[in-house]
Design a protein around this ligand. Structure first.
Ligand SMILES: Cc1cc2nc3c(=O)[nH]c(=O)nc-3n(C[C@H](O)[C@H](O)[C@H](O)COP(=O)(O)O)c2cc1C
Length: 448
């Protein structure tokens, strides 16, 4: 062999991460192997699923004409509970605050939600763990949740509320219950829930006294009697089989149906639940609306949609698909100050980072929102946080209104599926609108 021969360098192949076994998946396998316990976290599904971003509005042109922003009216008000309740809820915006439990959230956070929502003329909702004075005192319109766990359930509080929401399930965990770890069971939380201090709690996955839709009907009747038929009764379900759930809720006597998609946030539950159970919000709306239409109840029984709603475009799209209003949880917490980049160092000290912090159940939230720690709680100024939430709600409402005007509508409720197109086949099939530039609506065959 020629001693001067030098083999050319072999080009190195780059190390390649597996799409199946990516870094996150492998870290979770290692964590599970080391601990033997499943992962619990808060927030909603983090993986990408078809969503409102996959839809676009067409806007007006020659065949439709738009409305002028400063001169022509475009209403945003909504009335909820017109079916049976003597006192329906009147809101100035179709964006409401979803139920978030006292226990998962601090007292100041509850107060801030009440302040922000009331300033914008919309409602807040209690949650697992009962009604706090902070929340009732600062919420002009407060919806009281009647939950499977019955933690903090108090008939006097039911009478103090403006509406009742019977929770059957949540989008983050249809068929499952929530968690509240001992770290967050302060003396006050324990007293309100009638459970021991400092001990982990699991919320029930189903109501103890019913086994089916007939029992739901009886429960709704009981609640109507307690409230003298004054207050609207909502039924909230996690999106799984929205057509049948909506139809059964209507049959049981609901005034309002709330459908919460799989991206919907939770205070805490198993990660496997959050990511793998339930269907995307986008896939739920048209089926819930179809159930209402088939029963002749669309717009008579109102539909509230939640799960991953972040801005006025999402609101407008949910309304165009047939919802009467939306509810927000995670976005409201971010508006209050949750996951603020200014706190990044503190989130990193907890093994997370701003924008990814979801260990809401551990009670160490540096923003003072998902904690019961007296020192951390003091960090949240409910007046300032409430103002931020009010600003955010105002922006969402204005954005939805702007889109409605651009589509030539004098009320946000006049938006309709005809105003929308989809960017992907999946979104088109789920939202039942055509793919942009075509008149093809995949998946309709055999369904109507
Ligand atoms: C911190 C937190 C606590 C929650 N607590 C409750 C609860 O007590 N009862 C309930 O029905 N839903 C609860 N939820 C779910 C919300 O009501 C709502 O369905 C969900 O947050 C909507 O999705 P979004 O967070 O993407 O807006 C909670 C959500 C969060 C983020």
């Amino acid at each position: 062999m020629n001693e001067h021969f030098k083999a050319p360098p072999i080009p190195a192949t780059l190390p390649r991460e597996s799409a199946t076994f990516d870094a996150y998946t492998m870290s979770e396998i290692r964590r599970a192997a080391a601990t033997g316990i499943y992962d619990i976290r808060g927030a909603g599904a983090k993986r990408k699923v078809p969503h409102f971003d996959d839809l676009l509005f067409l806007g007006a042109s020659i065949s439709r004409y738009p409305l002028e922003g400063y001169r022509e009216k475009c209403g945003t008000d909504v009335v909820l509970g017109t079916r049976f309740a003597k006192k329906p809820i009147e809101l100035k915006t179709p964006v409401t605050i979803a139920g978030m439990s006292f226990g998962s959230l601090s007292g100041p956070a509850k107060e801030a939600l009440g302040r922000g929502a009331s300033a914008m003329g919309t409602s807040t909702t209690t949650g697992d763990g009962g009604m706090t004075q902070e929340e009732r005192g600062h919420s002009k319109t407060l919806v009281y949740q009647y939950l499977p766990s019955r933690y903090g359930m108090n008939p006097d509080d039911i009478r103090k509320a403006d509406a009742i929401e019977v929770v059957v399930g949540q989008g983050a965990k249809p068929g499952g219950g929530g968690m509240l770890l001992g770290q967050k069971i302060s003396k006050r939380v324990a007293q309100m829930r009638n459970l021991p201090e400092g001990i982990d709690q699991r919320s029930a996955c189903r109501h103890p006294d019913w086994t089916g839709p007939d029992d739901l009907e009886i429960k709704i009747e009981e609640l109507r009697e307690i409230t003298d038929w004054e207050k609207p009764i909502y039924v909230k379900v996690g999106a799984a089989r929205p057509y049948y759930d909506t139809a059964l809720a209507v049959k049981a006597g609901a005034d309002v149906v709330v459908v919460d998609g799989m991206q919907g946030g939770t205070a805490a539950t198993q990660e496997v639940f959050i990511e793998h159970v339930g269907i995307p919000t986008l896939a739920a709306i048209r089926n819930a609306v179809r159930a209402l239409q088939d029963l002749g109840m669309h717009r008579k029984v109102q539909l509230i949609v939640s799960g991953g709603i972040r801005n006025g475009a999402d609101v407008a799209k949910a309304l165009a698909l047939g919802a009467d209003a939306v509810a927000i949880g995670t976005a409201a917490l971010i508006a209050l100050g949750d996951n603020d980049p200014a706190l990044d160092e503190e989130y990193r000290a907890l093994g997370s980072r701003a924008g990814a912090y979801d260990d809401w159940h551990e009670g160490r939230d540096p923003a003072g929102i998902t904690t019961q720690d007296p020192e951390l709680m003091k960090r949240l100024d409910p007046v300032k946080a409430g103002r931020r939430l009010a600003n955010f709600l105002a922006v969402m409402t204005l954005e939805a209104q702007t889109i409605a005007r651009a589509c030539g509508k004098s009320h946000v409720h006049n938006l309709e599926p005809e105003d929308l197109v989809a960017l992907t086949i999946e979104a088109a099939a789920m939202a039942q609108v055509p793919i942009a530039g075509t008149d093809w609506v995949p998946g309709l065959t055999g369904r109507f």
